[in-house]
Design a protein around this ligand. Sequence first.
Ligand SMILES: [Fe+2]
Length: 239
Amino acid sequence: MIFTDMHAHLLCGVDDGARDEATMLAMLDASYRDGVRRLCATPHFQPDFYGDNAAAREEAFARLSAYAKEHYPDLVLSLGNEVGYRTECLEDLRQGRCLMLGGRYVLLDFPADVSLFIMENAFSRFFSGGYRVILAHVERYGALLGKYRLLREWQDYGVAFQMTASYITLPLPAFERKHRKKLLSSGLIGMVASDGHDLAARPMGLSEAYGVLSRTYGQADADRLLYHTPNRVLNGESI
Ligand SMILES: [Fe+2]
């Protein structure tokens, strides 16, 4: 099986992802070995926290692309951003300072303790601007625990929800196991990605999550989450 990873922090020197060049390349090696054949590098776009990392982002991506071309000619790489929400970020998108994934898809991130009001307000602003929103690591937000009807409404409104691959395979406390099961079994999750930051604590692998998903929910669903829908996003197609 081959996978598409649309959320990963393997570029070094730009955020809290790969700590050096060797780690960046080793993360790509690990991802390829695991079966990834299409990967979008998504460094954080959060100027108040990481400063202006646009030039470093482009330089690291050029070095990564050169390495991939030499070692993995069948791997397709692209560059996007994970956008940390702030009121100015729509202007940053309009000006091209921060990058979408494909077409008009924006990978959007909030602090874990964000309120529902702020999220809803942000979604409304993005949709008014003609963007399509993918909420990064939906499992992380405390305000969304148990809010499945609201998530369904947001999904109907056009928000897509991305889950982290390691969240699918990690042992969790009972209440979170229930949350994970509810999110996955209700069809709320649109895509699964690594959100890889390093080689150990937050790794790049997707195959373990694929195995769990295909055993639990069937191969068609696992393929949808780890290949078909991420590909459509990166192609800028509707999902
Ligand atoms: Fe991330």
